[in-house]
Design a protein around this ligand. Structure first.
Ligand code: PLP
Length: 372
């Protein structure tokens, strides 16, 4: 039997991946060229420029890293931390916790500032920890996919810069769905993922590093612990006047991301953010009538990741069986809660192309049928 068998069409309304746009999939079927082919290098340059617009930055070192968002996280931390360096990490969900673990494994001295899941980090607690610890790096998550919280960035970033620390921001779920302004906020390293609001398959991590971050990497006393993610080596391929082989860039995935970024730029960032807000509003109104309640206070809710407390009706059937019916009978995937929120919430993603009224209505209709 062939390994590849037919697969079902799914409407992907979980925490990611979201559905890829048809023009992204079309781009991924174009002919392969080599990773040093001048046509591919020009495409990469245009893609880097497009990503700068999305990230709100003029950082020269902005590029699509050849791996998923977790590699972007790892790249940011292992380049900016040397063994024994101090870092303050904000932890209010799974991905802040992952940052702390990556930093620990890189040999850093990690201080965490915690907040309850479903809440934002307290900026004054972060500032107090920064003042006390005087870290090399401060890191936190802009859009915490495990809880649906949008973290206000500016106050924490300001406190970090006042203490001369570098700031790392996780933008995996926010990029292209909510404003991201790296330069205005004073961020030194940020990373995202192709599979969320960019409407591409998983596999690439757009990253951006400030000149200050690149300067630091150039002056490190020890080499970066990861050869693959060492920015000074990556720069020879992605940035050098003469492109030197580092690894074989994933050509096809890069075509897809280029098409995804083109779609964002054609639509316009403001229009895209507004579309995400409108879809979330429609979803919350529809689900309110079915007894679902948002986990997060209105001022800090993410529109692309809606965390919802489940009504009694869902608990009485069982939350996992309801999700299974959504998938089996209606082809719709939604996400379960994680950690302390497992069994308590669902995470409904309305990311990129899926942030549309038709999509919301399809989910509401299916749920009404199951819960009636
Ligand atoms: N950070 C956040 C906020 C995420 O939501 C994710 C993935 O869901 C990641 C990091 C890790 O990205 P990936 O799963 O693409 O490695």
């Amino acid at each position: 039997m062939p390994i590849l068998q037919p697969l079902s069409e799914r409407l992907l309304l979980g925490p990611g991946p979201s559905n890829a746009h048809a023009s992204v999939l079309e781009a991924m079927s174009r002919p392969l060229v080599g990773h040093l082919d001048p046509e591919f290098i020009s495409l990469l340059e245009r893609l880097k420029e497009g990503l700068r617009t999305l990230f709100g930055t003029s950082n020269a070192m902005t590029l699509p890293l050849s791996a998923t968002g977790s590699a972007g996280m790892e790249a940011a931390l292992v380049n900016l931390l040397e063994r024994g360096d101090r870092i303050v990490v904000g932890v209010n969900g799974v991905f802040g916790g992952r940052m702390a673990e990556v930093a620990r494994r890189a040999g850093a001295e990690v201080t965490t500032v915690e907040a309850d899941w479903g809440h934002t980090l307290d900026a004054s607690e972060m500032a107090e920890a920064i003042e006390r610890v005087r870290p090399r790096v401060v890191s936190f998550v802009h859009a915490e996919t495990s809880t649906g919280v949008c973290q206000p960035v500016e106050e924490i970033a300001r406190a970090a810069r006042e203490a001369d620390a570098m700031v790392v921001l996780d933008c995996v779920t926010s990029l292209a769905g909510r404003p991201v302004e790296l330069d205005a906020w004073g961020i030194d390293a940020a990373y995202s993922g192709s599979q969320k609001c960019l409407s591409c398959p998983p596999g690439l991590s757009p990253v951006s590093f400030s000149d200050r971050a690149i300067d630091f990497v150039g002056k490190r006393e020890t080499s970066v612990q990861s050869w693959f993610l060492d920015l000074s080596l990556l720069a020879n391929y992605y940035g050098g006047a003469q492109r030197v082989y580092h690894h074989t860039a994933p050509i096809t995935a890069t075509y897809g991301l280029a098409a995804g970024v083109d779609l964002v730029l054609e639509e316009g960032l403001e229009a895209r953010y507004a579309r995400h807000e409108a879809a979330s509003k429609r979803l919350l109104e529809g689900l309110d009538a079915l007894g679902f309640e948002p986990l997060v206070a209105e001022s800090n809710r993410l529109p692309m990741l809606n965390a919802l407390r489940l009504p009694e009706r869902v608990h009485s059937i069982g939350e996992a069986p309801v999700r299974a019916r959504l998938l089996d009978e209606f082809g719709i995937e939604v996400g379960a809660g994680l950690g302390p929120l497992a069994g308590e919430i669902w995470r409904v993603g309305l990311m990129g192309e899926n942030a549309r009224p038709e999509t919301v209505d399809r989910l509401l209709e299916a749920l009404r049928k199951i819960l009636d």
